[in-house]
Design a protein. Structure first.
Length: 180
């Protein structure tokens, strides 16, 4: 009788081991990201392309932040002169003014268009399909290490675009701001 109990118990254990290997959950296939920044929300007009960088004083603070924006899919055009850019960190929030003429390196408290990538037609401040504007913002107060910052780009229509980043622990002349 003990022999049958041992055989029965052995068969149950072996079938349990096989069932465990066969009944596991399959991992879903990876879907490639359309926007590597992962910040495109429904109703958004602009999206961020590439890295967000900051220029600063080595072992000091960051003075300016540079990023590239382009139109979201299905958006045809946007007048950048009607965009409002807001900078926020743990201590302050400020609405940045555009530089005169919209195109130049901004002084403190302002933002400006540094360049246009894939520019179509004559130079203007209107972003068209496939154009990308490189924008630099210069908050009034410098940004310290390990600071969480948010840049909000408000367009006349649609939802605003938010850029949330954290500054590095050691500031260099050129800094990559990490996404949260």
């Amino acid at each position: 009788m003990e022999k049958w109990h041992f055989t029965f118990l052995t068969l149950v254990l072996i079938s349990g081991i096989f069932a465990t290997g066969c009944l596991g959950e399959d991992t879903p296939p990876l879907v490639p990201a359309i926007n590597p920044q992962g910040n495109l929300q429904p109703g958004q007009v602009l999206q961020v392309f590439g890295d967000v960088t900051g220029l600063g004083i080595p072992r000091g603070t960051i003075d300016t932040i540079t990023f590239t924006v382009g139109l979201a899919p299905d958006i045809k055009t946007l007048d950048m002169e009607k965009v409002v850019i807001v900078y926020a960190d743990a201590i302050r929030t400020e609405t940045l003014s555009p530089v005169a003429g919209f195109r130049s390196d901004p002084p403190p408290g302002e933002w400006g268009i540094l360049s246009v990538q894939k520019e179509l037609g004559n130079p203007n401040n209107r972003i068209e399909y496939e154009e990308q504007f490189v924008i630099r913002v210069n908050p009034k107060a410098p940004i310290v290490p390990n600071q969480v910052i948010t840049i909000i780009i408000k367009t006349p229509t649609g939802n605003p675009t938010s850029i949330r980043r954290i500054t590095p622990t050691t500031i260099m002349a050129e800094n990559f701001l990490s996404p949260l």
